[in-house]
Design a protein around this ligand. Structure first.
Ligand code: NAI
Length: 328
């Protein structure tokens, strides 16, 4: 039989964790023929809740689930890890300054990066979901010098999927007809969802929409502020859709993106499109042989350039801030 893939989920007792673990165990993360061993990392106060979730996982009798370990020790959680989903993070609470937020998360993602560096499997792939995702990924990556930098990614797939849905809705087209959507920059309100290269049923999406005011005043803000709209409506932040995006991200990384399409991933820049090298910024990417490749050669118009630059500038600022705090 195949050796199980070790998947570590941090923040396992949180709401995204609850929406994510059952889908991983059912085979949706890696594929229907790959057994998984789950490792759940939580803070001590939430270990008991994670144990409860593990009881429910047992009760599903998933054929692909080879075992579950629960711990509050990052070294144990990441020992031999193949896929690391870093979901647990310190949320911004009322009155908290940005510096405090970055510092609190540095205290989480620094040690987790070190533990990945010390114990992860050679093929480890890391997805950071916990916010501020891009900069948390940068902190973790900077603490893992022995792991290729490209293995550290942050999630903009939820933004990508939201953008596809909004565009399909506008054009009254099925979501499956939308290809080549792009999210650029930071997973934050400055992100830039770009439809200039997107296609709907094979025709250019921007041309099909033919309404720059809609793109500027409706589409972009709706996608960028969707998280806040969900909180407003649901009384809690996006969980199932975030878990779904994490599943999509890792599934594509491992199994490849479909021919004729691409997706969006925040990964260390190689300098493409004027994004400073090493900055973890979202790009259009394809996955081939288990690696992300940034889609090259897209023409960037003035409208897009300004928005990409603004989001990248925010990431540069975040990087400066964590540098000053000694977190990277
Ligand atoms: P939650 O508050 O329900 O759960 C977070 C869990 O993380 C808690 O159980 C907490 O005990 C745990 N945790 C905190 N510090 C930890 C540590 N050092 N090690 C292990 N576990 C730790 O939050 P939820 O809703 O599950 O969201 C998780 C994160 O995902 C948040 O930062 C949220 O902002 C972010 N998010 C990111 C999205 C994206 O598109 N990138 C979309 C939606 C949420």
């Amino acid at each position: 039989a195949q050796a199980p893939v070790k998947v570590t989920v941090t923040g396992a007792a949180g709401q995204i964790g609850y929406a994510l673990l059952f889908r991983i165990a059912s085979g949706q993360l890696l594929g229907p023929d790959k057994p998984v061993r789950l490792s759940l990392l939580e803070i001590p106060q939430a270990v008991r809740a994670a144990e409860g979730t593990a009881m429910e996982l047992d009760d599903c009798a998933f054929p692909l689930l080879a075992g579950i370990d629960i711990t509050d020790d990052p070294r144990l959680a990441f020992d031999g890890v193949n896929v690391a989903l870093l979901v647990g993070a310190r949320p911004r609470t009322k009155g908290m300054e940005r510096g405090d937020l970055l510092e609190a998360n540095g205290g989480i993602f620094g040690p987790q990066g070190e533990a990945i560096n010390a114990g992860a499997a050679d093929d480890v792939r890391v997805l950071v979901v916990g916010n501020p995702a891009n900069t948390n990924a940068l902190i973790a990556q900077s603490h893992a010098p022995d792991v290729p930098a490209e293995r550290f990614t942050a999630m903009t797939r939820l933004d990508h999927n939201r953008a596809i849905s909004q565009l399909a809705n506008k054009l009254k087209a099925p979501v499956s007809s939308v290809k080549k959507m792009t999210i650029w920059g930071n997973h934050s309100a400055t992100q830039y969802p770009d439809i200039f290269h997107a296609e709907v049923d094979g025709t250019n999406a921007a041309a099909a929409v033919d309404d720059e005011a809609w793109v500027r005043d409706q589409f972009i803000p709706t996608v960028a502020k969707r998280g806040a709209a969900i909180i407003e409506a649901r009384g809690a932040s996006s969980a199932a859709s975030a878990a779904n995006a994490a599943i999509d991200h890792v599934h594509d990384w491992v199994n490849g993106t479909p021919a004729g399409d691409w997706t969006s991933v925040a990964l260390p820049s190689d300098g493409s499109y004027g994004v400073p090298e090493g900055l973890i910024s979202s790009f259009p990417v394809v996955s081939q042989d288990g690696r992300w490749e940034i889609v090259q050669g897209l023409e960037i118009n003035q409208f897009s350039r300004e928005r990409i630059d603004a989001s990248v500038a925010e990431l540069v600022e975040e990087r400066e801030a964590v540098r000053k705090l000694g977190l990277i």
